[in-house]
Design a protein around this ligand. Sequence first.
Ligand SMILES: *Cc1c(COP(=O)(O)O)cnc(C)c1O
Length: 399
Amino acid sequence: MAADTIEAVVQADREFILQTYARPDVVFARGEGVYLYDTEGQPYLDFVAGIAVNALGYGDPDVTQVIAAQSAQLIHVSNLYHTAPAGKLARMLVESSPAFDKVFFSNSGTEAVEGAIKFARRHARTHFGEGKTTIVAFDGSFHGRTMGAVAVTAREKYREPFMPVMPGVRFASFNDIAALEAAMGDDVCAVILEPIQGEGGLRVADDAFLTAARALCDQYHALLVFDEIQCGMGRTGTLWAHTSSGVKPDMMTVAKPLAAGLPIGAVLLNQRIADSIHVGDHGTTFGGNPLATAVAGVVFRKVNAPDFLAHVRQISSYLDESLQDLAADMPDAILELRGRGLMRGIRISGAAGPAREAAYAQKLLVATAGDDVIRLLPPLVIDTQHVDAAIITLREVLR
Ligand SMILES: *Cc1c(COP(=O)(O)O)cnc(C)c1O
């Protein structure tokens, strides 16, 4: 077999992989801590973390250990049979979150959102008959790429080429209580929102907006669904991003970091919704398999530990102070700081794409959100030295 030179890898990608991504000409070979290493052994400081997936960074010994042990024991049997890890993980998720009583496991974020949409419609049909099927979503939202999830995703570019997507969606303006009020009606079965918008630009939902959404959902007998696929699992220094608001959703979707890199998704829901779902109503071949759920169990225990979350809060305030200093020093380049915890956006005066490329050239990986926001999603295990290094690079890149 030919050696995995950069040229050979990039060439195979261009020739045989459907080109739905524009990737830089680098090939990552391994990761350690919060650094990725390319095939030449060059380190990259990673403030993307596989898009908020690699919460524990790379090479966490507990994660590699449970993958080895569980894969040697049992990887998959399908949902036709019981296995122990899924139930243990579901119990942990439910016991840590007073709003929820049951869990449905999927393999990705978009499938979790599909599940939530189906459960909302099933619940509405059970209690209110046909016709209560509308989902209210918001501008700036991102919920995934499948036909239901993409239908509640705001960006036209993601929906238009695939029309007709799932019908029955109304969009309202994010953080705008009057707009949400206007979008509500007896036909609404659910309102779905990200407590902190990810792809859409790192906008944080106001507590007042979440409280109003809860009240409007109650008034119209609609379900309130929080998509915490990107903002959840410790990223804001609490287990879930909505925890600090005091608002209780009826359902929540979780995915990206849940198994620290293995594919998994989950819908958390309350008993009222669970009572309207019956055997055979929904399913998945891989969802809840023993490998992914055993790994997620280990990840969840680590992330949900008080010391771990305290570290996230500490390093978040250090990052926040550092970003504020940076923004104060370059008011022409940095227009606004957004986000919360270790999910931060820097709105800049130019386009974000070239800034991301310039950071990459200096071996700092950052993501973008929308056209003009640099998105930072570091592993939750970063330290002050990593923040300092990232800020030095950002200062040079944005100068
Ligand atoms: C990434 C993401 C999704 C979709 O998850 P996939 O695993 O890519 O299908 C849905 N919602 C939010 C908020 C996300 O960030």
